[in-house]
Design a protein around this ligand. Sequence first.
Ligand SMILES: [Zn+2]
Length: 232
Amino acid sequence: MNNELYDKKIKCPVCNNNFNTKKVRSSAIRTLKRDSDLCIHYKTVNPYFYGVFVCPKCGYAATETKFTLIKKSEISIIKENIMPKWEYKDFGSERSLDDSIKAYKLALYEGNLLNWEKSYIGNVCLKIAWLYRYKNDKDMEDKFLKHALECFEYSFSKESYEMESYVLAYLIGEINRRLHNYKEAINWFGIALKDPGIKRNRQIENLTRDQWRLASEEYKSNKGENNSDILL
Ligand SMILES: [Zn+2]
């Protein structure tokens, strides 16, 4: 028995099945550090592992906040496309890192199937990238960071989204920096800093300035490297 976890009762909006999913007690959460793209590392149990609810009976999967928001027309899409292929699998126990990757990938697959907002898809991809980071799988981490980036860039100009615009601009900048797109990173950090909202969040403002400086240095030294490559 893991005392850091408790059971939450869920009713599936697709098949009406009642099931339990684990959640982390907030009193049990201990953070270790936060990466520059806002990924938190935990000393003990990781609440990200339980961020996706999966109905064991029909296979419907979505993040905690989205799970009950599925529309009637979308329910039939899950019934037609997921249910017939689904073999009973229960994600309701303590989850390993690999279990949680599976749960998020399922949510990603279904989110794409339902054509849900890019901000949602981007957030799911970002979480998958972070889970691969915990696994030290850099190739898979980068693959999902790229997906997240594409979604966030689309979302920034074409959708409404829940995040503050300066946080989203910062995040787009920082993911670009991590993927070595330094020019784009600098541009997005600039967008974040011009956003009047950033004045309300000193932490993000300072982080943006720091990462902007870092991206500028990386851009300069990277240009140098590229030049020497050409010379060779
Ligand atoms: Zn269900």
